[in-house]
Design a binder for this molecule. Structure first.
Ligand code: GUN
Length: 290
């Protein structure tokens, strides 16, 4: 059997187009243009690329991109003062502080300083708590993007066995919560799990987010399973995921490629969250299709 290849690039383009239309409707109705503030501290090359892509996608959706760059030597107090100013600015609907931060700055303190109702990254503990308890908030963009891709190939999620590999606050934990909210039976596999392969072999849905190139091999996969690869690993062989694509695509029912799978969905979901934030702040119901 050969797996269907999940086209994240096309799905992300469709979502971005939907958001752009909805932004135009919001603007026509209220005169409001959603604004996303992106903060980059230092000059990490990968982070600079991400920040530029986020700003471009924001503008392409008809929203305002507000970019702030601080030097790598910036103090925590400088960054916290900027976050406080963005919290207070009515033109700012979403705030994203690009991670990782330089080592002199405590990431947790910065995340906790962001107004939870502008936290379009969904990293604030209030938003993590809302997700865990079923209250509307902001869901982190990468797991939200994964869920949209999973729903496309598995419209009936209730009762399915799902395994999430990885337990980060950014992907693994919120992914497990999202799948639980969809009534999947969820197992989180991590570095201390005994016999990870045995857990994964029972799964209808596998989300790999550990950052180990090619960890998930063909013999780990139940025939027909849906496999979502969040890994972005730069190796001598180029960019590879956490899943051995060639082997796994021979047994899975559907699989995301790297690149072109989950990656493009992250930015599309950031744009989506910013639109939703602007609607909430304006007291308007967001387009339910988004
Ligand atoms: N660094 C890598 N991914 C992300 C993300 O989704 N949000 C932020 N703020 N930083 C990141």
């Amino acid at each position: 059997m050969t797996a269907a290849i999940i086209d994240g690039k096309a799905r992300a383009a469709a979502l971005r187009a939907q958001v752009a239309s909805a932004v135009a409707v919001l603007h026509a109705a209220s005169g409001r243009v959603p604004g996303l503030a992106v903060v980059l501290v230092g000059e990490d090359p990968a982070s600079s690329v991400y920040v530029r892509s986020k700003a471009r996608a924001t503008r392409e959706a008809g929203m305002t991109s507000i970019e702030h760059r601080l030097p790598a030597t910036a103090s925590a107090d400088e960054l916290l003062a900027l976050v406080a100013a963005l919290n207070a600015d009515p033109a700012v609907d979403g705030i994203l502080v690009q991670l990782p931060l330089p080592k002199q700055i405590d990431e947790r303190a910065v995340i906790q300083a962001i107004d939870p109702d502008k936290d379009v990254d969904g990293f604030h503990p209030v938003n993590a708590g809302r997700l865990a308890t079923g209250i509307a908030g902001f869901v982190p963009c990468t797991p939200l993007g994964c869920l949209l891709l999973i729903r496309d190939v598995r419209p009936q999620l209730a009762g399915l066995e799902a395994v999430v590999i990885g337990r980060s606050n950014i992907v693994g934990k919120p992914m497990a919560q999202l799948l639980l909210a969809e009534s999947c039976t969820v197992t989180t596999v991590h570095s201390r799990t005994r016999n990870a392969a045995a857990h994964v072999r029972a799964a209808d849905i596998v989300v790999a987010a550990v950052g180990i190139p090619g960890l998930v091999t063909r013999d780990w996969i139940k025939p027909g399973a849906s496999v979502i690869d969040v890994g972005i690993n730069r190796t001598d062989a180029g960019l590879v995921g956490d899943v051995d694509f060639a082997g796994v695509s021979a047994v899975a029912g559907a699989i995301t490629p790297v690149p072109g799978g989950v990656g493009p969905m992250t930015i599309a979901c950031l744009i989506r969250n910013t639109y939703v934030s602007a609607c909430r702040r304006e007291g308007v119901t967001p387009d339910p299709a988004i």
